[in-house]
Design a protein around this ligand. Structure first.
Ligand SMILES: [Zn+2]
Length: 250
């Protein structure tokens, strides 16, 4: 089956029972001719399978098509896919007009409302830029995968808000907090003598008069620059870079 129908049925068993364009019996709202099948039919082997939205979209219309034997239908618009899809012959409609949907939304249950001989999905697709029905299977194979990949890629990039800002901090770890020459664990750890005299004074005061190769608990400093590296947020202090994850803002 196509990737598209697999997504609609969440991989539940179905098969293409009548392709687009063939001389099938017309069961659809938009069918004005009697010989052209303007969608693809998917049999669900007599199961009223749930039909899901394939990605983020919006229900632009749904209801009962009285012109064709009271078929229940839903139209979903997918701006990022640049198409809208018609789910036809539904047993039950599970959405409302204007509702936003995503790949977890159940649109409806597969049925045979309207002029249908058995339980199946008649899927119609139109481009948002056009009014003609296009072949769902062809579109699914030739255009859908790339469009879907783009959508997934854009979702992978969540906005990373820095956890820490520039400002004043106090060391809260009991361990000695290393001061490095750069933002990241690959940079060298500075020794006590390489720290500023102000830092050396603070360390000694808080460490019973003894030096330490880094900031001890209670040392305060100002972070003037922030960088992310190795899973830590690094702050630039007068003596060098430290992981702010072990400090608290004051
Ligand atoms: Zn059909």
């Amino acid at each position: 089956m196509s990737e598209l129908s697999n997504l609609i049925f969440k991989n539940k068993k179905h098969k293409l029972s009548s392709p687009f364009g063939s001389r099938a019996v017309i069961n659809t709202s938009a069918g004005s001719t009697s010989s052209f099948h303007n969608g693809a039919d998917y049999s669900t082997y007599n199961e009223k399978l749930k039909q899901y939205a394939v990605t983020d979209g919006k229900i632009i219309s749904c209801g009962i098509d009285t012109a064709y034997g009271s078929a229940k239908y839903v139209w979903v618009e997918y701006p990022k896919l640049k198409v809208k899809m018609l789910h036809y012959h539904l047993d039950e409609i599970c959405v409302k007009k204007g509702q936003t949907v995503n790949s977890g939304t159940v649109i409806g249950l597969t049925g045979k409302t309207g002029m249908a001989t058995g339980i199946h999905l008649h899927l119609g697709i139109k481009r948002l830029s056009g009014s003609n029905y296009i072949d769902p299977e062809k579109w699914s194979k030739e255009e859908f995968p790339a469009l879907l990949k783009n959508i997934e890629k854009s979702k992978e990039k969540p906005e990373t808000k820095p956890k820490y800002k520039t400002g004043n901090y106090k060391v809260k770890t009991a361990a000695v907090l290393h001061v490095r020459t750069g933002a990241g664990t690959k940079y060298q750890i500075k020794s006590f003598s390489q720290l500023t005299s102000d830092a050396q004074k603070k360390i000694k005061t808080l460490n019973n008069g003894k030096p330490a190769n880094g900031y001890v608990k209670g040392v305060t400093f100002t972070a003037s620059q922030i960088k992310e590296a190795n899973g830590y947020t690094w702050g630039k202090t007068p003596s060098g870079w430290v992981a702010l994850d072990y400090c608290e803002a004051i």
